[in-house]
Design a binder for this molecule. Structure first.
Ligand SMILES: [Fe+2]
Ligand SMILES: [Fe+2]
Length: 286
């Protein structure tokens, strides 16, 4: 099949352009959460300007997820209890939701399976990093990375059928098929979205190099490897579907070596993953 690669380059640009900008509130939340001298009052003031977000924060703190005895009605108290990173994750997941609401999912990648894959990738990455004592901040970021890591596939729209078909018939990975057919891949699109939303370097590296961990900046390599391992986990155990099949053993072994996760540890998250994915779904209210 002959495809005009230049026109596909324009297709990504217009896809990324059509993704809505982060709202002023969301940008301010990200900014406040990145400052070490910010107080819950500072964050509360910004969040209170967005009634939907405020409602979401209060709903979450009072949900079964946190099993509190008495209802929390103060936004500042809710923020103190949830922590800055959780509030940041909620805010960003809302932005992802808004962007996704406008997208057409290709028939070959139905939305339900795609989201299950995305959430499971983020959750599995977080759980695997917890096995290795990763920090809570990193685990929150994994959820956002999971939601966004394959979003770039949507730029291909119905052409993704060709990608899957080439990958199936020639035993190459979907990302190789994307490049061969269209001259770009979904990591590049994801990276453009992450840049547009001014995400930090770690999140950018995770999204932009989850299939080429060794190209990630050295400082973010391990974090990227955990996200990639979460992705592989979701693919091996069929947690949703985003077009990938069983990964190569070489790739899996490389990621296990980079993260220091043993085979037994990799398998060990299986007993809790379903419950954690369910919780994340409630948390994100997707
Ligand atoms: Fe991917
Ligand atoms: Fe994926």
């Amino acid at each position: 099949m002959i495809v005009d690669k230049k026109s596909y380059k324009e297709q990504i640009d217009s896809f990324v352009e059509a993704i809505p900008e982060l709202s002023v509130t969301a940008s301010q939340v990200v900014e406040i959460c990145s400052r070490i001298d910010s107080t819950p009052e500072d964050l509360s003031q910004v969040v209170s300007e967005d009634s939907v977000l405020s409602e979401h924060v209060l709903k979450l703190v009072n949900s079964a997820y946190y099993s509190l005895v008495s209802e929390v009605t103060s936004l500042t108290r809710a923020i103190t209890m949830l922590g800055f990173n959780t509030v940041k994750s909620i805010t960003l997941s809302k932005a992802v939701n808004k962007a996704v609401a406008r997208l057409n999912f290709p028939q070959v990648l139905p939305m339900a399976g795609f989201w299950r894959h995305s959430i499971s990738t983020g959750v599995a990455a977080g759980m695997l990093s917890r096995v290795k004592q990763g920090s809570t901040t990193q685990r929150e970021d994994f959820l956002i990375c999971g939601l966004l890591h394959d979003l770039g596939k949507m730029a291909f729209v119905e052409s993704y059928t060709e990608v899957i078909s080439l990958s199936e018939h020639t035993q190459i990975t979907p990302i190789e098929a994307e490049r061969e057919l269209y001259g770009f891949d979904h990591q590049q699109v994801g990276l453009k979205i992450a840049r547009k939303w001014q995400f930090n370097d770690t999140i950018r590296n995770c999204i932009g190099f989850h299939h080429e961990v060794d190209r990630s900046e050295e400082v973010d390599k391990i974090q990227t490897a955990f996200l990639a391992l979460g992705d592989v986990y979701a693919n091996i155990y069929d947690l949703g579907y985003a077009g990938n099949f069983y990964p190569s053993e070489t790739e899996l072994n490389h990621l296990l070596t980079l993260t220091g996760v043993s085979w037994a540890e990799f398998r060990s998250i299986g007993k809790d993953i379903e419950a954690e994915v369910l919780k994340a779904g409630v948390f994100l209210q997707l």
